[in-house]
Design a protein around this ligand. Structure first.
Ligand SMILES: Nc1ncnc2c1ncn2[C@@H]1O[C@H](COP(=O)(O)OP(=O)(O)OP(=O)(O)O)[C@@H](O)[C@H]1O
Length: 733
């Protein structure tokens, strides 16, 4: 290995001397990223755990925690948990374990659907699909957790939920609401003791550390047999749990639950009967609890005050709260909830997952809304078809969803004339569009005709999760473009592709990869034609070379300009990482991959889990409400990528990485002492756990570190060197 590296280095020495490109002495991550290696790596990491994939199935895993260790997990999960997170660590921070388990559960869902993006360094699809996977903690777990860890870590999660509570709501939380969770303790060490030290990330040598997990292609371990404790329960998709209300036994660990208690995040602690039955929990009416003194509810943030009506309470009879139910908050039938948040005689606490943003479950909803709103300084709205078309039906669906989102009432025409009906009295319609509707919508936004009449496809340049990217030449102008071709019908998240095209069509900026055309050939072969960025992606550069601080500042400045543009149009990118930064041979730096973009109305927040674990902000991982500040966190992680060649915890398994992010919050800056104070401060402003305290694009664009940016041309020798190295590598194969 060392010899090969020496040879490679020698071969490039001459050029490097000339261009002074500092080549990184680590190639592992890059190699793992090669599409050819993908299948190999996947197969090497897969084991024998297989889960069938019935439609509309709820998988529920009831997890117990006795203060010492987790129980009730299927054995393969337990094996992975023990392999990745030591018992001591589990004990130290069970909440972080739960966060990791939630992601693991979601990864199984992804696996069932044949998607392999989850728990890899590739992007994670949003969690609206994950609502049907459910990890529930049972028994004494809440009580134990609140006793064994910092009790305030639970309540801090509740704080974010409390934002949406009616101010009169009481919260009989066992813990104080004033303290911060581990994840919120910015700049402080983890709760009880520090996390296990990370492997040192020296420039050279750290790749020779103990064998790392397959970094870019991690896949959860499968098993050949069905597993204990893993239930498949048929349930209509529309009835997926969306309540954030959670219940727990209050005092007696062995008795059935008698008190409704708010729990952290979306963690459902179902009735503490020894063997709870998942689906029935929704129908259970908890006995009326003894009155409890409500703790002080933190003041509601100003941006939520005006929208209390949006936080339509969810019935406490919806006891089953999915760990993965976020992002589905508009699908509940809230008709049974009364105004004060109580229902069916239950005196449980009502919490709502509704944010005052539109649904995350359907990114189109917000987009269509945006289209309808006049946004003249950006781009023309997408035209609306006649109501008789399927597109109009889809559009109506979106309208219904928006109306039913608690934002508007509508007129009901009864015998005695129109009656204004409260929006939350109407049945909420699930906003998810059918495949047919999505295709109709797609047809509406793509160019008509055959792309082969306009473009000549030259050669393949890359393979992504959703399709293959080619170089092509435009017949009329002879311009070289990139074409991404996707088999649309087999895409797991068709709406996201439509979203991506819409974002690209509507928002053009010098620091975004610009859209040129799109076509749908024979209802399946989707072409998206865009700028060709010959320099490839930033990942290749950060893995193979070491940029200096001036160059790092130059890249960050360009990314910040793109983010500033997106954020000022209320768009959050949600998947910022080096893989999604493309480079031109002239040093141009452009953001790509708009599939996860979402519209966030100013002042509002979202809660769908979207992104790529290693780059994800703590608030996304812990399923709190978030806003555009998530991009700033990810940008900080990307800065660390440029410094170290990889994001923090990259050498850990994804499960452990999620645990560590949830536990530690802000990552350790391994080479802090080697960095300029300006760069350290820049990182410190991006990697702030509390998003309210985290810098915005405006602040960062004026940051002293960004002012040290070198000209973009300084990147050119690096981009060229990497291209040559890659070509050499592919010739050697
Ligand atoms: N406009 C472009 N110009 C040059 N190279 C590109 C362009 N778009 C993508 N690529 C390259 O093609 C490869 C595949 O890109 P793609 O966007 O499909 O990857 P992905 O992000 O993994 O997939 P997906 O977007 O489907 O999740 C990557 O190496 C990327 O750098």
């Amino acid at each position: 290995m060392k010899d090969a590296k020496k040879q490679l280095m020698a071969g490039e020495k001459e050029k490097r001397d000339k261009s002074k490109v500092r080549v990184r002495d680590i190639l592992g991550r890059f190699r793992l990223f090669s599409p050819n290696d993908k299948a190999k790596d996947d197969s090497s990491t897969s084991s024998s755990f297989e889960i069938s994939s019935p439609y509309n199935t709820v998988h529920r895993v009831h997890v117990g925690y006795d203060g010492q260790k987790f129980s009730g997990l299927p054995q393969p999960w337990m094996d992975i948990l023990l392999r990745d997170i030591s018992e001591a660590d589990q004990k130290r921070n069970p909440t972080a374990v739960v966060t990791a388990l939630k992601f693991y559960a979601a990864s199984l869902k992804q696996q069932e659907e044949g998607r392999e993006k989850f728990l890899t360094t590739n992007s994670v699809f949003n969690s609206s699909d994950e609502e049907e996977i459910d990890v529930q903690l049972t028994g004494e777990v809440l009580q134990r957790l609140t006793m064994t860890e910092d009790p305030c870590s639970w309540s801090s999660s509740s704080i974010s939920r409390l934002d949406a509570l009616p101010s009169s709501a009481s919260l009989p939380s066992p813990s104080s609401s004033s303290s911060l969770s581990p994840a919120e303790r910015n700049d402080l060490p983890p709760i009880s003791s520090p996390a296990p030290p990370l492997p040192p990330r020296q420039k050279s040598g750290h790749r020779d550390a103990p064998p790392p997990p397959p970094a870019r292609t991690y896949k959860p371990s499968p098993s050949t047999s069905s597993v204990n404790g893993y239930h498949h329960l048929q349930q209509p998709s529309s009835s997926s749990s969306t309540s954030l209300t959670a219940t727990a036994s209050e005092s007696s660990a062995s008795s059935s639950s008698s008190t409704i208690t708010a729990t952290p995040d979306d963690v459902a602690v179902v009735a503490s009967a020894p063997t709870p039955v998942a689906v029935e929990e929704k129908k259970t009416v908890a006995p009326t609890p003894a009155p409890r003194v409500p703790p002080k509810v933190p003041p509601k943030p100003a941006h939520l005050k005006a929208s209390s009506g949006l936080g339509s309470p969810i019935s406490s009879t919806s006891l089953s709260t999915s760990l993965n139910s976020i992002g589905t908050h508009d699908t509940n039938d809230r008709s049974s909830s009364s105004r004060d948040g109580r229902s069916n005689g239950s005196s449980g606490i009502m919490m709502t997952s509704s944010s005052n943003a539109s649904s995350d479950a359907d990114p189109l909803a917000s987009f269509n809304k945006e289209n309808e709103a006049s946004n003249n300084n950006v781009a023309p709205s997408v035209p609306v078809l006649a109501p008789s078309t399927a597109a109009a039906a889809a559009s109506n669906k979106v309208h219904n969803a928006l109306n039913n989102n608690g934002k508007a009432s509508h007129l009901h025409h009864g015998e005695d004339g129109p009656v204004r009906v409260r929006s939350n009295a109407a049945k909420i319609e699930k906003t998810k569009m059918s495949d047919e509707e999505v295709i109709t919508e797609l047809r509406r936004i793509v160019n008509p005709g055959n792309p082969l009449e306009h473009y000549e496809v030259k050669k393949q340049i890359g393979v992504g999760a959703s399709g293959t990217v080619y170089i092509a030449r435009r017949n009329d102008t002879k311009e070289i473009v990139a074409v991404k071709r996707m088999a649309f019908k087999s895409q797991p998240k068709k709406e996201m592709l439509v979203t991506e095209i819409k974002v690209m069509q509507q928002y053009t900026h010098p620091n975004l990869v610009n859209y040129i055309d799109s076509y749908l050939v024979e209802a399946d072969d989707l072409w998206v034609v865009m700028d060709y960025l010959e320099g490839g992606n930033l990942t290749d550069v950060v893995v193979k070379t070491e940029l200096d601080e001036g160059q790092i500042a130059a890249v960050l400045k360009e990314c910040l300009k793109a983010l500033h543009f997106l954020h000022s149009h209320s768009i959050v990118h949600r998947d910022i990482k080096s893989d999604n930064v493309l480079l031109g041979m002239n040093g141009a730096v452009k953001l790509t991959d708009m599939g996860f973009c979402a519209q966030i109305q100013p002042g509002s927040k979202r809660d769908t889990v979207v992104g790529t674990p290693y780059w994800m902000s703590p608030e996304i991982l812990s399923k709190k409400k978030y806003n555009y500040k998530v991009d700033i966190w990810s940008l900080g992680i990307m800065a660390l990528e440029m410094i170290d060649g990889e994001p923090p915890y990259m050498r850990e398994t994804p499960m452990k990485a999620i645990f560590l992010i949830a536990q530690n919050g802000k990552p350790e800056i391994a080479r802090r002492n080697e960095l300029s104070p300006e760069l350290v401060d820049f990182l410190d402003r991006c990697l702030v756990v509390d998003p309210e305290e985290r810098a915005c694009t405006e602040e960062l664009l004026g940051h002293p570190f960004i002012r040290t940016a070198k000209p973009l041309t300084s990147l050119v020798p690096y981009i060229k060197a990497v291209k040559e190295l890659k070509e050499k590598e592919s010739r050697g194969k």
